[in-house]
Write a protein that binds this ligand. Structure first.
Ligand SMILES: *Cc1c(COP(=O)(O)O)cnc(C)c1O
Length: 389
């Protein structure tokens, strides 16, 4: 084994600099730290960046997904079609309504929901929630057409998809609702946070109202004249508002979202170049008419050519001071979904197979060229040591 680097390279780190720190300090000094002018400004600038009609800032992508399903009137016993190849949030929000998640298998290359399986399960479904895994766009036009045919809504989980482009257009303005995440590891972070984009004003208003205790802003505005104490509760809402402190962080991050993406793309390009020629490794695929957001670099192992499995590969990377992760443990293989719905891993064979050979490498704009070299050297070192050739 080649000598490892001196310090551990974390799998993910936020790219926060003096711009963010200055913005946050300004808000703290201002005396207004919860939802206020910074949140409104962040919503305005985010909507403009995406090209979306309406943007509602919330405190997580999970909250955004929950509000979207509430706004379309999801209820007990309803069915929502989604992918198993995602994080817990995508499906748990369906269960909040006592509705049923219906998992369909994914495409082997992108790991995104496979539209070929949709028609069979769509009859009677209220919505479909696709995920743009790693930042590679799913086959949105096909999904939207199938959903429309079945009278179902499309709610995009775009937690990885900033900035993802499809036919030149940023993801975020073509479905009923698109939900973004600003969690610490995501491509724009506010610590915790999320944004919901929609072209439907009534839907945006419902989400906004429900994001803050079901308090109607219209009523509040109506009675503003005689003081701001009056409000009306129109539904039992939630406490999902974003703070101005977080929004200040978001505004500074938004200014550099393209620069951070360019750096991630550069790193992904170097990984591609280093790994493309090795039979033991499969690099991510990318179509020419698409812009990958490069939230994750998902490498896949040809296990039949290696003497170690994926878990051991992760351990070997760690021994070489490189943090790695795995995306995703398919939802249908987790105890809750197995026990509640009787899923077996093989029921969604592509998701199950690909999960077992996937490794996510560090990919973030703060990585130095040396960090990237170290990751490449570690991967090549392991492949050389463990290949069956
Ligand atoms: C991170 C993530 C979420 C949840 O985002 P939060 O902002 O943490 O709620 C949802 N879906 C996917 C695919 C994610 O990776």
């Amino acid at each position: 084994m080649a000598p490892p680097r001196d310090t551990f390279l974390p799998f993910a780190l936020p790219d926060i600099g003096d711009e963010e720190i200055t913005e946050v300090i300004e808000v703290i000094r201002s005396g207004w730290i919860t939802t206020g002018p910074k949140v409104r400004e962040f919503e305005r600038q985010f909507a403009a960046y995406i090209g979306a009609g309406h943007a509602v800032a919330v405190n997580s992508c999970t909250a955004a997904l929950h509000l979207a399903l509430e706004a379309i009137g999801l209820g007990p016993g309803d069915r929502v079609v989604t992918t198993p190849y995602t994080f817990a949030a995508t499906s748990e929000v369906i269960r909040y309504f006592q509705a049923t998640p219906v998992f369909v298998d994914v495409e082997p290359y992108t790991l995104n929901i496979d539209p070929a399986h949709l028609d069979a399960v769509m009859p009677g479904a209220r919505a479909v929630i696709p995920v743009h895994v790693a930042g590679a766009p799913c086959r949105l036009a096909e999904i939207q057409a199938i959903a429309r045919r079945h009278g179902a809504r499309v709610i995009e989980d775009a937690a990885h998809a900033l900035p993802t482009r499809l036919d030149g257009k940023l993801i975020g303005s073509s479905s009923d609702v698109t939900c973004f995440s600003f969690y610490a590891t995501k491509s724009l972070t506010t610590g915790e946070g999320g944004m919901l984009c929609t072209e439907d004003q009534a839907l945006a208003e419902r989400c906004r109202t429900m994001s803050l205790h079901g308090i109607s802003r219209d009523a509040w505005k109506r009675y503003m004249a005689d003081g701001s104490w009056y409000y009306e509760i129109v539904a039992p809402g939630y406490k999902y508002n974003l703070t101005d402190i977080a929004a200040a962080l978001g505004l500074a991050q938004l200014r550099k979202v393209d620069a951070m993406w360019a750096r991630r793309r550069e790193i992904a390009g170097r990984y591609d170049q280093a790994f493309a020629g090795l039979a033991e490794l499969q690099i991510p695929t990318q179509a020419p008419d698409q812009q990958h957001a490069w939230h994750l670099y998902m490498l896949r192992l040809h296990l039949e050519l290696l003497r170690i499995d994926r878990a051991e590969f992760v351990t070997e990377l760690k021994r070489r001071q490189i943090g790695a992760s795995v995306h995703f443990i398919p939802l249908h293989t987790h105890p809750y979904y197995r026990e509640t719905y009787g899923y077996r891993p093989e029921d969604l064979p592509v998701a199950w197979r690909e999960y077992q050979r996937e490794i996510s490498l560090p990919l973030y704009s703060r990585m130095s060229d040396t960090d990237v070299d170290d990751v490449i050297a570690a991967v090549l070192d392991i492949v050389t040591a463990q290949c069956r050739r």
